[in-house]
Design a protein around this ligand. Sequence first.
Ligand code: G1P
Ligand code: ZN
Length: 543
Amino acid sequence: MKVETVRTATINGQKPGTSGLRKKTRVFMEPGYLENFIQATFNAIGGAQDKTFVVGGDGRYFNREAIQTILKMAAANGARQVIVGQNSILSTPAASHLIRLNGTDGGFILSASHNPGGIDEDFGVKFNAENGGPAPEKLTSKMFDATTTIDHYKIAEAGDVDLSTLGETPLGEMTIQIVDPVESYKALMETLFDFDAIRALFASGFTMRFDAMHAVTGPYATEILENTLEAPSGTVVNGTPLEDFGKGHPDPNPIWAKSLMDLMMSNQAPDLGAASDGDGDRNMIVGRGLYVTPSDSLAILAANAHLAPAFKDGIAGIARSMPTSAASDRVAEKLGIESFETPTGWKFFGNLLDAGRVTICGEESAGTGANHVREKDGLWAVLLWLNILAVRKESVADIVTNHWHRFGRNYYSRLDFEDVPSDQANAMIDSIRAKLTDLAGQEHAGLTVVSADEFSYLDPVDGSLSENQGLRIAFSGGARAVFRLSGTGTQGATIRLYLEQAVEQGGDTQQNTQDALKDVLQAALEISEMETFIGRTQPDVTT
Ligand code: G1P
Ligand code: ZN
């Protein structure tokens, strides 16, 4: 076999965003595009010679073809071994675990997360470093630089590798190890949670629906929830990963997981509703008649973590992304542990986790996780909820309302304005930025601005500085508005507006969230002059 063929790559450098490089599938399918990015990644990490990697994806359209390309490129670049999920499947948290378990030099995860899949939808590639976490900013900058200077890539001239049978198979000098995607992840979960208690919970008649949204968590949830924890069969729905996710939008939130929401709000609702996204790192938690916001879920999991074996000695600290509500800060304060506010994107939690400063992390965008891997982990969050429910023997709604009474409540909502012409979105952000220093003391919609700034983060572990991470405006009375531009969109710009209103002692639990947020919304629209800049004030998605 001819292992090394040098071809000329097209030069189409793209900056990896919040989580890797995400583009329309057809862009990734252009000759040389994927190859260029993979070679640039190898170049950025100092080559692949004698290295080992993990490769897998969420099963979306082009996943299998892309994995064949990566395998051939790894072989041609001198890699020693690649661990691949059987049939090219690996959830993001399972890939993170395999990187750590096997001490590999990193791994490629093929996914555009919660974005739809298909030839006319989205595709993506993430590179995770040897700690199992998303490439940190200093590495993504190197990757970007490499895409602008690259003039060739290396790829083995070989037929496709059969990835359907477990075991080892050679590709030139390289060994491919095909592993069961679920096995070691499940073994890890068994070390963290009280599986006997959860099994007893199901045996007692506790009911649940887990919506895998035709995405990667189907096989994981079926094996763990139904086959191991003995939840009744049929607990997992939409459990077969499909290339187009059944034409759905595999994003576990009340908008895209509507059928689950409808069930949970009906009188047929099971005790717990849960869902995960395309690549298995996000989660949604719904009780009977009550949706748990991701910010609340983070706070509640942190406050109750000690009920699970993994955290029986307590947690070291809690980190949340800046736009996430301050609900978890209140928990940290009561527990007397550290809390951190990081920029959006899981990669910023890595150093804090590696240094043992935090144990549990979360984002408002349905991401929750802990120190067992270096990614957010959808099924992990569901299992921790189950473990807590098994111990407390209360309903989800009772646990949530008790939490609000004990810690106070943070009403929270995110408004997304999608596919905004980039120049308009940038002009609006620039205009708010220019006003920031004068905002303090001003009154808008009856709220007084207490402080306004552009968030930048000084990593307390490695001292690196990340600037321009979102505009935050705090108002008197516990309200806050945050503006930032999405780093994961594939078309135009997406403006995210995050709204929060903190109240003490649970406040009026009957009050509707949007009602509690109407003043801060009005103030944010006034300050941003959104109507003038983008010609609309109605979001596409409100979560
Ligand atoms: C979005 C979320 C962010 C998350 C990222 C990857 O990024 O807001 O919290 O880490 O997806 O799942 P954004 O599009 O806002 O840059
Ligand atoms: Zn995801």
